[in-house]
Design a protein around this ligand. Structure first.
Ligand code: PLP
Length: 416
């Protein structure tokens, strides 16, 4: 909305270079950090301009001003631009939660009677939205398929399919989405590819591989401190603007607004996201290799044995690693719970908590927590066994100290 007027420059292809190329926002008094625009409304200088502002003809760059905080806030917009730069999107805007971003992106692309083809392995809340909320409330239906099976995705597309939906890295099974394939199938059927890139900021940039829209839960890695719920939508300028339409824009009408104080706090953490992602991944890789060598059933896309290792090497950005999540199959729920208990309460290795992307390690049993929205049948189809323990690897403590804690706990529960 307020893109600075300067000579067009080539956009770098590297996400960190794109981020550095953004105009730096100084504080109101020249502070190195931008100020927080803590206002829900903006002053019109001349009465006659108010109607023109409402008709969208006079933005802040044309002598008008911003409208209202639910519609647009300049501090929230700066964080949106940072996300757009990371993703290589024309535009981005932030929301009060990841699910707010996902629901607005979907409702921006879909009308009553439209159809979605989605991966059968999705974050539980997204799964519930597609499987239950959207059909009941909006008459929008979804077919769930194995998103790595090109024939299954194509076969599920109908004349009403407008969206193909996947997560870059599936939760909690850690399968890598074949983005070029999904983009081809979606576009051949007149649909758009929407990718949830929450698990792999920087490590994957889906727009480079044909995605049309990228959504994020900023609650996770981007934030990094597990203190705010937040989300973002990235896509073309036209699409992001359409989400703010005063009549049918889901961001405007449903109102999942991000608070500018939250946008300010998160925007100060984006510059060190690359360093954090590299360290999460370096440690996850080290632990995954150690676990594998010890004969533990471990899944991590950075392992050569992972079914999608070559794919992620190809379409990912290996310089940022293979993500911060790994899973261990402990064989049974009881064993997985004993292991988590020991790791938290005897070793201090991490915490039993859902969510991910925190600086400390977080551990949860997916089947009985973040994937519990799925039916038993859906859990089986997705390959989520009761003993599957998901770990979001943190970066506190020394690597050796953490590895020894993990080894001792594995020994005590009988896995080593
Ligand atoms: C957490 C999460 C969401 C939902 O995000 P909220 O910020 O909790 O609304 C969506 N997708 C994925 C992959 C997630 O991990």
């Amino acid at each position: 909305m307020t893109s600075p007027k300067r000579a067009p420059q080539p956009v770098p292809s590297d996400p960190v270079e794109r981020l550095a190329a953004l105009r730096h926002e100084f504080g109101e008094h020249g502070g190195v950090n931008m100020s927080i625009e803590a206002s829900t409304t903006f002053t019109v200088m001349e009465a006659g301009t108010m109607p023109e502002i409402f008709q969208g003809r006079l933005g802040p760059d044309d002598g008008g001003c911003f409208l209202y905080g639910r519609h647009f806030n300049p501090t929230v917009y700066v964080l949106g631009r940072q996300l757009a730069a990371l993703e290589g999107a024309e535009a981005g805007y932030c929301t009060g939660s990841g699910l707010g971003a996902i629901s607005c992106a979907l409702l921006g692309l879909l009308n009553q009677g439209d159809h979605v083809v989605a991966s059968d392995t999705l974050y539980g809340g997204t799964w519930a939205m597609l499987a239950e909320f959207l059909p009941q409330k909006c008459g929008i239906t979804t077919s769930f398929v194995d998103a790595n099976d090109a024939d299954a995705v194509a076969a599920a597309c109908t004349s009403r399919t407008r969206v193909v939906y996947t997560e870059s890295l599936s939760n909690p099974t850690l399968r890598v989405a074949n983005l070029p394939m999904l983009a081809d199938v979606a576009h051949a059927h007149g649909a758009q590819l929407v990718v949830d890139n929450t698990f792999t900021p920087l490590a994957m940039t889906p727009i480079d591989h044909g995605a049309d829209v990228v959504v994020h839960s900023l609650t996770k890695f981007v934030n990094g401190a597990s203190d705010f719920i937040a989300g973002a939508v990235c896509g073309t300028s036209e699409f992001v603007s359409s989400l703010m339409d005063l009549h049918v824009g889901p961001l405007m009408i449903l109102g999942p607004t991000m608070d500018p104080q939250v946008a300010h706090a998160i925007s100060l953490r984006v510059p060190h996201l690359p360093i954090r992602m590299i360290e999460h991944a370096r440690r996850a890789q080290r632990f995954a290799e150690g676990l594998q060598a010890a004969g533990i059933s471990v899944t991590y896309p950075g392992l050569a044995q992972h079914p999608d290792h070559a794919l992620m090497r190809n379409i990912g950005r290996p310089e940022y690693g293979f993500g911060g999540l790994l899973t261990i199959d402990a064989g049974s729920r009881a064993c997985a719970e004993a292991l988590m208990d020991d790791l938290q309460n005897k070793e201090g290795f991490g915490f039993m908590a859902v969510s991910l992307g925190y600086f400390d390690t977080l551990m949860s049993c997916s089947a009985s927590s973040t994937s519990s929205e799925l039916s038993d049948e859906a859990l089986r189809a997705a390959g989520i066994s009761p003993g599957l323990l998901r770990m979001s690897i943190g970066f506190t403590g020394s690597v050796e100290q953490r590895w020894q804690q993990l080894e001792r706990a594995l020994g005590r529960v009988g896995l080593l």
